[in-house]
Design a protein around this ligand. Structure first.
Ligand SMILES: NC(=O)c1ccc[n+]([C@@H]2O[C@H](COP(=O)([O-])OP(=O)(O)OC[C@H]3O[C@@H](n4cnc5c(N)ncnc54)[C@H](OP(=O)(O)O)[C@@H]3O)[C@@H](O)[C@H]2O)c1
Length: 324
């Protein structure tokens, strides 16, 4: 395993982060692993040297956090655990979502309870909340750090101007700032290269892309995109513009290069991302031990400058997807 310093934190993380959206219960999404299978995947991840796990309060309505917490019991200190707040947890409770002080404080307690932990390493806002002033959210998050409940703060998909506003607000008020950006970035969706990634590089913010394999669309030929259980039913994947613009041709070039190098398509997609300046650790989602091993082996797949140019060439700008 390779490790890297996450942004400017000084904290070391594995270059592959394991996404835990696929842990919890299949009652939430039919492709989600049940408890024992999720724990087996965490065990294998730790064997492979992965020390970085990303979950959210909303995944399987909290079950993902519970499974991850149990899987890490007795060895939590060596791991870097990230979770998130924003999406509503209870449709009958309007304060179970958003980023007000009330929601942030209550949801953090709920997450820590489910994780069975006193402190979370990285607490992220899942989206921007138009209804709460950013000063309020940053103050509530900073207090959580002072109380020892959170070590570092992070953010996920939003406009670059919003992220710049959040960073400037913390600096102005002398509060802890966001140290990571968890954004939608992969070979089939590169809109983040325009504004967000240069901002993160300038500010020393660590980048941990979500859906690095375009929810599977980079891991198999595009004609087979819907051939797996998740491919057939993952509405979010169908909504992203992965096959728009030059997407089909990018997918075909990934197939071609994978065959040429004798590696898997997923490994080409991850090698491309791992090579990008400022990207610390893609957050890989999988329900399979073999696919987890593929991800770790992608660290050994090296792309030449001409490989990268060939993979990138067909891409055309597409509509923004992942936040609005
Ligand atoms: N912040 C946000 O808004 C946000 C949004 C989405 C996701 N996330 C985070 O990002 C993580 C990853 O997201 P994701 O699951 O959408 O991402 P992904 O890694 O792009 O895609 C996962 C899909 O790719 C397939 N796959 C993975 N490795 C493969 C391989 N070697 N060969 C063939 N297929 C392979 C998986 O199938 P198998 O299950 O069969 O391996 C699964 O269907 C989540 O768990 C979550 O932590 C965050």
């Amino acid at each position: 395993m390779e490790y890297t310093t996450l942004g400017d934190t000084g904290m070391e993380v594995s270059r592959i982060c394991l996404g835990c959206m696929s842990f919890g219960t299949s009652d939430w999404r039919d492709w989600v692993l049940d408890e024992e299978e999720g724990k087996a995947l965490v065990d294998r991840a730790i064997d492979l040297g992965i020390n970085f796990f990303d979950t959210a309060n909303m995944y399987s309505n909290g079950e993902s956090e519970r499974v991850l917490g149990e899987a890490l019991e007795g060895r939590r200190e060596e791991q870097v655990v990230a979770t998130k707040v924003y999406h509503p947890m209870d449709e009958d409770d309007p304060n179970s979502g958003g980023l007000s002080r009330k929601t942030v404080e209550q949801e953090l307690e709920n997450s820590l309870d489910r994780l069975g932990m006193d402190t979370v390493d990285l607490y992220q806002i899942h989206r921007w909340d138009d209804d709460t002033p950013i000063e309020t959210t940053m103050a509530a998050l900073d207090d959580a750090v002072r109380r020892g409940k959170v070590r570092y703060l992070g953010a996920s998909s939003m406009w670059a101007h919003q992220f710049a506003d959040a960073l400037a607000t913390s600096d102005l008020l002398g509060l802890d700032r966001f140290v990571t950006m968890q954004n939608h970035y992969n070979l089939l969706y590169r809109e983040e290269e325009r504004e967000m990634l240069p901002l993160c590089r300038k500010e020393g913010v660590g980048v941990i892309p979500w859906s690095p394999l375009a929810r599977g669309w980079l891991a198999r030929p595009h004609e087979e995109a819907r051939s797996t259980a998740r491919g057939a039913s993952d509405e979010h994947a169908h909504g992203h513009p992965y096959l728009e613009g030059g997407g089909r041709e990018v997918n075909e070039r990934v197939q071609e290069l994978a065959a040429e190098k004798g590696v898997k398509m997923a490994q080409i997609g991850l090698a491309w991302l791992l090579d990008k300046d400022g990207v610390d650790a893609p957050i890989v989602g999988t329900t399979s031990i073999e696919h987890l091993e593929d991800a770790v082996e992608a660290l050994d797949v090296k792309l030449s400058a001409s490989d990268v140019e060939y993979l990138e060439e067909p891409y055309e700008p597409v509509r923004v997807s992942g936040h609005e």
